[in-house]
Design a protein around this ligand. Structure first.
Ligand SMILES: [Zn+2]
Length: 425
């Protein structure tokens, strides 16, 4: 028979979700800017509760917050972590659910007078959302000393245009240590890292399951500020062959990549292709003009590094072909991205065992979006993720996570931390 787990303190999480919504609410949804006011408020709330629970509190040079509940035996700690920032006008659960789940689990142990075999460290991670400073996983990479000076000099995409370094220092951090690439975390001291998170796609809702266990996180490459240059011309007077139509050229690119996506997916490749922004120039466009310029963004993701590499080669070839065929020029701008990350098989198996012991057995699924867990996996930490069913996607005010589903995932996490897998010293 499996050892009983402690019931997580879900009422605590419910109270804190309400407080977060109230204090970081915006015209709609919530806004918790990375190293901005909303994120500071969220960190203050979580820190206050961790102090009330008597946890050991620490922060690093990037103001990530570590809250530790001591285990019964020395050894590598079990980390639970997620972020507390949000996109502008985002939802209340993306990120915060993971941190509050960790608090619920620890509060449950404490209430039951139990301790896990290893230290359980809850990490509230800074600046995961790349919308603010244009870089992915700022807080978790900083914890491992992997932020670059160039990234620290970048400015926030908001009216204040605050530099990342200045924002970190203003929040109480120490950018001197970050610029020297000092690492606060030693991967060899972390037994496992688990990130609980709401699901951002529709799979759990479609399958009627409250909890998912993630097998891997997609990597990406993206062009946030791409442009196609053609030539403005009269719509009636310019024959087809003489046009340099930026709209048709970008449409050709969209069509080509969409059919590539369909073909590759049919052949078993994992990928996504998204043109999230596309616009002609309002200062120059008109209904009776051939468009001379189109700005767009392009985001390509896959769980496979090989697929990403092949996709890049194929993209460049397609762009060159369209330039020739349409007489236009593409300037894709700076490329950013992240590497795919696999979740650790022993962690996946451990989460599965923990979930079987609860009322709601979890299903395995890929993780489409980027998460701090990818950084821990890439640093060699045995890593896993739990997804909680959530309707209406994320990064919007309509995120809809049922607190009962949150409780189901918290029970899995609670049991998992009581017998974390030994992934080898
Ligand atoms: Zn998130």
């Amino acid at each position: 028979m499996l050892a009983p787990g402690a019931e997580p303190d879900v009422a605590l999480a419910r109270r804190l979700f309400d407080e977060l919504k109230r204090r970081t609410g915006d015209s709609k949804g919530v806004t918790r800017a990375s190293y901005g006011q909303g994120e500071q408020i969220a960190h203050g709330i979580v820190r206050r509760e961790a102090e009330a629970l008597g946890l050991d509190i620490a922060t690093d040079a990037a103001c990530n917050l570590y809250m530790t509940y001591a285990g019964t035996t020395p050894g590598r700690a079990t980390f639970i972590g997620s972020h507390l920032d949000s996109v502008p006008l985002g939802g209340n659960f993306d990120g915060a659910a993971g941190v509050l789940m960790g608090l619920s689990v620890i509060a449950g142990y404490r209430r039951a007078g139990m301790r896990a075999p290893r230290d359980v460290t809850l990490m509230a991670i800074r600046a995961e959302e790349s919308t603010w400073f244009g870089a992915s996983y700022i807080g978790s990479r900083a914890a491992f000393g992997r932020l670059t000076g160039r990234e620290l000099d970048d400015v926030r995409r908001s009216d204040d245009r605050t530099g990342l370094g200045a924002a970190i220092d203003a929040a109480g951090g120490d950018t001197g240590r970050l610029r020297r690439n000092e690492s606060y975390l030693d991967p060899s001291h972390i037994g496992v890292f688990i990130e609980p998170h709401i699901e951002q796609g529709p799979a759990l809702v479609a399958q009627g399951k409250p909890v998912g266990i993630v097998t891997g996180i997609r990597g990406s490459f993206r062009f946030r500020d791409a442009c196609c240059h053609g030539a403005y011309a009269h719509s009636g007077a310019t024959p087809r062959a003489a046009r340099k139509d930026a709209v048709r050229a970008v449409a050709a690119l969209i069509t080509a990549l969409d059919s590539l996506w369909s073909d590759w997916e049919a052949n078993g490749h994992d990928l996504t292709v998204t043109f999230g922004k596309i616009s002609t120039d309002p200062a120059e466009h008109a209904f009776s003009k051939v468009a001379g310029r189109v700005d767009f963004s392009l985001d390509l993701r896959s769980q496979s590094p090989e697929t990403l590499r092949r996709l890049q080669v194929q993209l460049m070839q397609t762009v060159a072909d369209i330039e020739t065929a349409h007489g236009v020029g593409f300037d894709l701008g700076a490329m950013t991205g992240s590497d795919p990350a696999e979740m650790h098989p022993a962690v996946i198996a451990g989460l599965e065992t923990a979930s079987v012991a609860t009322e709601s057995p979890a299903i395995r699924m890929p993780g489409g979006a980027g998460h701090d867990a990818a950084v821990f996996a890439q640093m060699g930490v045995p890593t896993g993720m739990l997804f909680v069913r959530n309707a209406n996607g994320s990064h919007n005010p309509e995120e809809e996570m049922d607190i009962g589903d949150f409780a189901a995932a918290a029970r899995v996490l609670s049991r998992f931390c009581l017998s974390p897998p030994d992934c080898g010293e």
